[in-house]
Design a protein around this ligand. Structure first.
Ligand code: ADP
Length: 239
């Protein structure tokens, strides 16, 4: 039996209170092992879709399945458990706790997994090694560069071994060189099995990923794949 897609949106729409129609009947399937960009101008609905994919928000119409489960049919506690087990989040502005060192920031990624602190810290140290920050593990966020902070945030997202990493503009607050290191890291993590969805308004970043889903005005206007991840920038028809 083929495994259920990691995420399946069917005709998902979102109208915010006040009447803004941020998503219009979006259907999108993300299979295990994919690395895709969701790209489009500011205000086109990318973050709204990411929040819905990550079950942080609910669509007003349509269905969302995570690992085959229709999330509208789950209780809040089962939904939180599903999210904790399957999904890790990375945000543009890192969202690290000030005054806590890298190990404890990463260990916080396991807070809802019912794991004792000592074990959380041990797993956090492993995750920091994965993002090659062993040498910075007792540093607090104000002692880290932007790129290092984002790598701590990626380690926190990964420490629970989620199937899916959702990254909302992960390089948006970084200089080009640090952004490139973060993107290389995401490629490596994907190569070792994590499904990754990156939201970006940056065409160059999107074009370096094997699948690109383009948004405009709350709708998907194209969904293209290439066999050459990190290849030369492909001019896409219709974009
Ligand atoms: P993007 O991530 O592509 O910049 P968003 O998903 O953030 O786009 O926004 C899509 C549209 O929904 C925009 O018009 C935005 O102003 C609106 N929007 C986003 N969040 C909210 C909210 N919480 N309440 C009302 N409108 C919102």
């Amino acid at each position: 039996m083929t495994p259920a897609p990691v995420i399946e949106l069917r005709d998902a729409g979102k109208t915010y209170p006040g009447g803004v129609r941020a998503l219009r009947q979006v259907s999108l399937t993300v299979e295990e092992g994919e690395l895709l960009a969701v790209v489009g101008p500011s205000g086109s609905g990318k973050s709204t879709m990411l929040n819905i994919m990550g079950t942080l928000d609910k669509p007003t119409t349509g269905t969302v399945r995570v690992a085959g489960y229709d999330v509208s049919k789950l209780s809040d506690s089962r939904l939180s458990a599903l999210r904790a087990r399957h999904i890790g989040f990375v945000f543009q502005h890192f969202h690290l706790a000030a005054g806590r060192d890298a190990v404890d920031n990463v260990a916080d990624g396991l807070l809802y997994a019912g794991i004792p602190l000592r074990q959380r810290r041990a797993r956090a140290r492993e995750a920091l090694a994965e993002v090659r920050l062993d040498h910075r593990r007792s540093h607090t966020p104000n002692e880290l560069s932007g790129g290092e902070k984002q790598r701590v945030a990626i380690a926190r997202a990964l420490v629970g071994a989620p199937r899916l990493l959702l990254a909302d503009e992960p390089t948006g607050a970084l200089d080009t060189a640090s952004g490139q290191i973060v993107m290389e890291l995401l490629h490596e993590l994907n190569a070792s099995g994590t499904t990754i969805c990156v939201i970006t308004h940056d065409n160059e970043i999107a074009n370096a990923l094997p699948r690109r889903v383009r948004f405009r005005d709350g709708e998907i206007v194209s969904d293209t794949r290439s066999d050459a991840p990190f290849g030369p920038l492909a001019e896409e028809a219709g974009s």
